[in-house]
Design a protein around this ligand. Structure first.
Ligand code: ADP
Ligand code: MG
Length: 459
């Protein structure tokens, strides 16, 4: 029996790998998680093996939650994940899977794996995801304020609170923060945090066993129910009906519900209209793409937490280049600081470029200055040749400045390089970037226009 279980675990491992690659990016996965080996599952505890102590504690500290959630999504029997140094020694004996033999495995006691004993229902919470560790800036201040309000109020303030944003911008962080806050300040309130997949699994299982009453009963003791990534809440119409009623019952009995998704309620696919309306009937708060200032703030805060000194030029460089999501930004910083911790020495700009060569060249491949010039010229109906011409009248000069600005934002080219591509020197580029930044601040329509150009170029 154990052997059979082992087999299915190994096949689940493939799906988990795919999930983690998607979530963390292949370069982070290859750097850190490739050497993970699956041991056995016993009493809901899945053992994973890593080759060295360093890897083991590093991964327990930094990726435990992602790994746990990825596994739970594949196999809801898993309650928690344990990391050990060594390698699984499978033999043909049936019970080997349950008791992997290792050379004196050292269990890393990881603060990440905080089990909520009475809450088998709730997924593990990441101790790093607290309000204190959340850097607030213009793109996320509304969502942050809403999350704080929910955490601080004894009765539901807006129900549901629906957070949405692109990937890696802090939704899960805010949800965990709410849970931590309530646990600390009002432990009598019961908080349950679940991925939509896990919620769906429990819910469908309850329906299948005609046990929805028991499920509702279980939820009745919950004061705050959080469901993460509800874009995965898909199901047959009958399931959605049932969900709709459960949802209404929960709201009706004063339970606070917090949801997150990657899009606003109206854009959720495969979900009935009335359910969409219901999901959007409380407060909908979105987190916008990060700004340069926020990225600097986040990097400074994370660098400080890492205990490695990261000089300002490296911070600005990373904040300038890695604009896609906080997760990627964090991943890049992590690679740099971990490298320095492992190999010694100091963080320098040169070393950063070296460590992140693959990431940076991938960014470079994304878009070239020529493409930017072409797209911008096309958008403003001017000839591409005007990008390098001497003409200085507004209808030509403004698009040229926009193209310089976007070249700086979207490529890793230096200012002199950008200047050369426009037949100008770098001071002209600096001037152009400043001018466009000012305009973007003053004129929302202009900001939207340049953002949309940027989006077009980033895909
Ligand atoms: P999402 O759920 O929106 O995909 P997460 O909440 O998982 O994103 O965030 C991805 C990573 O970025 C996490 O490690 C999180 O701590 C970090 N992060 C996101 N926004 C912030 C922020 N404003 N301050 C600090 N860390 C952040
Ligand atoms: Mg998330």
């Amino acid at each position: 029996m154990a052997k059979k279980q082992q087999k299915s675990i190994l096949s689940q491992a493939e799906a988990v790998e795919a999930r983690l690659r998607e979530l963390l990016g292949s370069s982070v996965f290859d750097t850190w998680l490739k050497s993970l080996c699956v041991g056995g599952l016993k009493d809901g505890i899945l053992t994973l093996f890593l080759p060295t102590n360093f890897f083991c504690s590093y991964i327990a500290r930094n990726f435990a939650d992602e790994i746990t959630q990825a596994w739970q999504a594949e196999n809801p029997e898993i309650l928690r994940v344990k990391f050990e140094v060594g390698s699984p020694a499978f033999s043909e004996t049936p019970d080997s899977a349950e008791e992997p033999k290792t050379e004196r495995p050292q269990t890393v006691s990881s603060p990440e794996l905080i089990e909520t004993e009475k809450d088998v229902l709730s997924a593990a919470l990441d101790p790093r995801f607290t309000f204190d560790n959340f850097v607030v800036g213009a793109p996320n201040e509304f969502a942050y304020a809403a999350a704080r309000r929910v955490a601080e109020s004894k009765t539901p303030s807006f129900n549901p609170l629906y957070l949405y944003s692109g990937a890696g911008l802090g939704k899960t962080h805010l949800m965990h923060s709410i849970a931590w806050y309530i646990r600390e300040h009002d432990p009598s309130r019961r908080v349950v945090y679940l991925s939509a997949e896990k919620f769906m699994y429990l819910f469908i299982r309850a329906i299948r066993y005609k046990d929805t009453l028991a499920f509702k009963e279980e939820l009745r003791n919950v004061d705050v129910l959080m469901i993460d990534d509800v874009q995965f809440l898909i199901g047959k119409d009958s399931t959605q009906d049932e969900f709709f009623h459960t949802f209404n019952a929960l709201v009706g009995s004063g339970k606070q519900i917090v949801l997150s998704a990657d899009k606003p309620p109206v854009n959720l696919e495969g979900i009935e209209e009335r359910l969409k309306t219901r999901l959007g009937s409380g407060l909908v708060a979105d987190i916008h793409q990060t700004t340069f200032e926020l990225r600097v703030g986040i990097l400074e805060s994370k660098a400080q937490n890492s205990g490695v000194y990261v000089p300002q030029d490296v911070i600005s460089f990373l904040a300038e280049k890695i604009t896609s999501s906080v997760r990627e930004l964090e991943g890049a910083l992590l690679r740099v600081t971990a490298h320095v911790q492992l190999m010694g020495g100091e963080v320098t700009l040169e070393r950063t470029c070296d460590i992140l060569r693959d990431v940076l060249s991938a960014l470079d491949r994304r878009v070239t200055i020529e493409e930017i010039q072409r797209k911008v010229a096309e958008h403003y109906n001017i000839r591409v040749a005007e990008m390098t011409s001497k003409r200085r009248d507004r209808p030509v000069a403004r698009p040229r400045q926009i193209a310089m600005f976007l070249s700086k934002e979207l490529t890793t080219k230096s200012l002199p390089d950008i200047g050369r591509a426009f037949d100008r020197d770098h001071t002209t580029v600096i001037h152009a970037v400043k001018a466009i930044e000012n305009l973007r601040e003053k004129d929302p329509a202009f900001k939207e226009e340049t953002d949309s150009l940027r989006r077009m170029l980033s895909v």
